[in-house]
Design a protein around this ligand. Structure first.
Ligand code: FE2
Ligand code: FE2
Length: 297
């Protein structure tokens, strides 16, 4: 929905569609012995890659929350204030659910604690940047997560690669990342963030995420080196970066962010949310089915 176009800012302000609600929902996922070690396409390489990404979420999402929360008092728009509350609550829930998954991976003797300690140092450095630059990093990383979320919901082949014991976590996370994909961006615009800042920090955050995720994946693989195979590595890389790969297919969407009038909701994929939300509600643990609409502050 296009809200307004102000001559003073020369910015077209796009808001989320009215049928998208940003509300946190605790799911209570559990990951028992029935989850295969190589739960993604039965691939050692791909499963370690996604396990490494999951390690980034709890602390990374806390960074997102802190960077948005810092500017909360400067937001005057009531609708955006409500969206910020929803965003903070949703990211807090994601951290909890990914903590459960990370504990499961840790139980397989993976070096989760070491990687979390490394991440704390990296994010500690990012926290030394000016607050608006931290918010620009959040906007960039939220663009990356929204791209991956859209791909996961839109591509049956990508979801079918996931073992069904893991799929609900990732589908649920993708739904909520889509619901709140415009929030950090709208806050950034509201507090005077510039085109140069947001585009620089998209490039910067993409490079940093690439480095950190590759290093973390490498550490996971090294820890499990007995199951390494060149064939699995080559197939995994092709699946991610080859023709129509899960990541290579995202490059055009990544570039959209460099358009001066870019806004996350110019790509209205709210119908995907509606479609998957019905399915995912069946996975809410009984203790969270009622009354878990509390928004964390
Ligand atoms: Fe999230
Ligand atoms: Fe997010």
């Amino acid at each position: 929905m296009i809200r307004t176009d102000t001559a003073s800012t020369r910015r077209t302000i796009v808001r989320k569609p009215g049928n998208v609600d940003i509300k946190p929902q605790r799911m209570g996922f559990e990951f028992g012995p029935s989850v295969p070690r190589y739960w993604l396409r039965q691939s050692y390489t791909l499963s370690h890659t996604m396990n490494a990404l999951s390690v980034l979420f709890p602390q990374g999402e806390q960074f997102f929350v802190d960077s948005v929360r810092h500017f909360r008092d400067r937001i005057t728009d009531e609708a955006l204030k409500r969206e910020v509350r929803g965003f903070i609550g949703q990211e807090a829930m994601h951290s909890l659910e990914h903590d459960a998954m990370n504990q499961h991976v840790k139980d397989q003797q993976m070096p989760i604690a070491e990687l979390e300690a490394n991440l704390e140092i990296i994010l500690g450095l990012a926290k030394k940047l000016p607050k608006r630059h931290q918010l620009a990093i959040t906007c960039g990383l939220e663009h990356l997560t929204a791209m991956m979320a859209d791909m996961l919901l839109a591509r049956d082949d990508v979801r079918e690669d996931m073992d069904e014991s893991m799929r609900p976590l990732w589908v649920w996370h993708a739904i909520e990342e889509t619901e709140h994909k415009g929030v950090a961006f709208d806050v950034f615009q509201e507090v005077g963030g510039t085109y140069a800042e947001r585009t620089f920090y998209l490039a910067f955050s993409t490079a940093m995420l690439g480095l950190v995720a590759s290093y973390f994946t490498g550490r996971m693989m090294l820890n499990d080196w007995r199951n390494f195979s060149l064939q699995d590595g080559a197939r995994g890389l092709w699946r991610m970066w080859g023709k129509n790969g899960s990541f290579s297919s995202l490059i055009p969407t990544w570039l959209d962010y460099f358009r001066p009038d870019f806004h996350p909701w110019q790509h209205d994929n709210s119908e995907l949310i509606a479609h998957f939300k019905k399915q995912i509600n069946a996975y809410i643990a009984p203790q969270y089915r009622q009354g878990n609409r509390k928004t964390l502050q």
